[in-house]
Design a protein around this ligand. Structure first.
Ligand code: SF4
Length: 248
């Protein structure tokens, strides 16, 4: 499913802008409402403004912007879930996030990029311990971990395979990357974006040919293109095993 930001923006920008228009119209017809209607219009304009931040301004105000986007995402999610449009809603939000991240890194590449992969991309019958060490992959070509391992070795990508997205984000935060490229299901992607709002993250939704969490896959060519476009070439080996604190 290829999704654009349009669906999310229709509501994210549209509702506040309609509210502003209604407030100003009210002032025209009921001048007595000037005080509070103007106040509402100004508040809505300030809130809607965050939905127009792009480029460097987006990077600077990212945390505030994501926080507001998150409110809209969570508030309207039950509605779209009831209409069977939840996946479209989440993916559209991710697409909007990706568009702004692309704009922010189009002029200046990121020095440090971390790629987060979910453990469910590994073939379920495979016994190699790729979550502990990506190089444990035998590179048999039966799942997309093969391509990720090859690229990590060849181009020194910092790739981490994680059985738990929360642990993956916690680990990623510690290494302070300029950019995260996260691959996961839509639900995990939006949670990660909101939880780790201080670090720009580009998202690639998983493909689920066998259902949730089993032998999933993703568009590896897209990841390669993103790394070429956004990441500075890296000289040092960056293959990283995910450190999980089992005591928490
Ligand atoms: S490519 Fe690697 S992780 Fe995937 S099934 Fe083969 S050995 Fe296992």
């Amino acid at each position: 499913m290829n999704t654009t930001p349009t669906f999310f923006l229709l509501f994210r920008r549209g509702i506040p802008l309609v509210g502003i228009a209604l407030s100003l119209t009210l002032i025209l017809f009921y001048p007595a409402s000037l005080g509070w209607a103007l106040l509402v219009a100004v508040a809505l304009a300030a809130e809607a403004g965050a939905a127009f931040n792009t480029g460097v301004l987006y990077l600077v105000k990212r945390q505030t912007t994501i926080r507001w986007d998150g409110y809209w995402l969570r508030t309207l999610r039950p509605l779209f879930k009831s209409m069977n449009l939840e996946e479209l809603w989440l993916r559209s939000f991710c697409a909007w996030n990706n568009k702004r991240v692309s704009g922010a890194f189009s002029a200046k590449k990121a020095r440090k990029v971390v790629v987060l992969l979910p453990h469910c991309i590994q073939l379920v019958e495979c016994k190699s311990h790729v979550a502990e060490n990506l190089q444990a992959c035998f590179r048999c070509g039966k799942c997309v971990v093969d391509g990720a391992t090859t690229a990590a070795l060849k181009y020194n990508w910092d790739v981490r395979v994680s059985p738990r997205s929360r642990a993956a984000y916690t680990e990623a935060r510690k290494s302070r990357p300029d950019l995260i490229i996260a691959i996961a299901c839509s639900d995990r992607l939006v949670k990660g974006l909101i939880k780790l709002s201080e670090i720009p993250s580009y998202t690639i939704p998983l493909e689920l040919p066998h259902g949730m969490c089993i032998n999933t896959t993703f568009d590896f060519r897209r990841l390669s293109q993103l790394m070429t476009t956004f990441a500075e070439p890296c000289a040092d080996s960056k293959i990283q095993p995910l450190q999980i604190n089992t005591g928490t």
